[in-house]
Design a protein around this ligand. Structure first.
Ligand SMILES: NC(=O)c1ccc[n+]([C@@H]2O[C@H](COP(=O)([O-])OP(=O)(O)OC[C@H]3O[C@@H](n4cnc5c(N)ncnc54)[C@H](O)[C@@H]3O)[C@@H](O)[C@H]2O)c1
Length: 255
């Protein structure tokens, strides 16, 4: 029998690829997104997050085999506080609100981080404000940063939040892991390439990927399928880089 998953950010890009793969093999996926979703909700607001949690709870009263927090905004999103609100709070609040459903089926949670999360020079005050759960303060702090710091900081904090939470959740039978994609060909990446400030750097960054090119969304989705599958039943708290060797190139000793 097919499994039941819920996810955010399934309308386009990496999330859409995962959704299609799950549905093709007979699983049911409840998608939360701004549009083209089973539950249309804006995860940048507390009301939207609540609506998403309530909507999923109604559609999965007997539990979930997995939850995937995939929705995200790029470093070029404006105002920068939107990045904080969607990438960090849109993921952590939903995981908090749905973990008991995943525990009912001893399922798996996968969050989408980024290989930028471990890059040097991130603003630790911003990250600490996120980890303290203070949305107002972290949203104020982020406006003084650049887009890279805002984006990579949101993913750094998300990964640290996940790793802090995952031992307790493992005790309830829920595995939680992070997939950390490198540059991937999606609408999000197109927006960054089109940006006057980021475009040229992105072209150089792309050239330096050891694989030779950026990922396609299905390359990331295939790894997410593994993290949702019993084949990864002993994997918990992992940050799995799926970046064609880019993190290993930039931080060979950082493990
Ligand atoms: N593309 C890359 O190079 C790359 C690299 C590392 C990490 N990521 C991460 O992968 C995830 C998926 O991104 P993608 O590249 O597929 O981009 P994408 O833009 O195709 O997908 C992001 C999805 O999130 C949704 N979303 C955005 N704001 C939302 C909001 N307020 N409420 C609800 N949904 C919202 C979008 O509508 C979209 O469906 C993101 O978390 C992103 O940060 C992407």
């Amino acid at each position: 029998m097919g499994k039941l998953y819920a996810m955010t950010g399934g309308a386009t890009g990496i999330g859409a690829s995962l959704k299609e793969k799950l549905r093709e093999r007979g699983d049911t996926v409840i998608v939360v997104d701004l549009r083209d979703a089973d539950i249309n909700a804006d995860l940048s607001t507390a009301l939207g997050r609540q609506a998403a949690i309530e909507g999923i709870r109604k559609m999965a009263p007997d539990g979930l085999d997995g939850f995937i927090a995939c929705a995200g905004l790029p470093p070029v999103a404006k105002p920068l506080s939107l990045i904080t609100k969607v990438n960090y709070f849109g993921a952590t609040v939903l995981i908090e609100g749905l973990a008991d459903l995943v525990a009912m089926k001893k399922g798996a949670i996968v969050a989408v981080g980024s290989n930028s999360a471990s890059m040097p020079g991130l603003d630790e005050d911003h990250i600490q404000a996120l980890l303290s759960g203070d949305e107002e303060h972290s949203s104020a702090l982020v406006e003084a940063l650049d887009g890279h710091n805002a984006y990579a900081g949101s993913k750094n904090a998300l990964i640290r939040w996940i790793r802090r939470k995952c031992p307790a959740l493992m005790g309830e039978g829920v595995r939680m892991n992070v997939v950390a994609p490198g540059m991937t060909g999606t609408p999000l990446t197109e927006k960054v390439f089109e940006d006057a400030d980021f475009g040229a750097a992105m072209t150089e960054f792309q050239k330096s990927i050891p694989y030779g090119d950026m990922a396609t969304p299905d390359m990331i989705a295939d790894t997410m399928l593994f993290l949702l599958d019993p084949a990864s039943r002993y994997v918990c708290g992992a940050v799995l880089f799926v970046d064609g060797g880019h993190d290993a190139l930039l931080r060979p000793d950082g493990f």
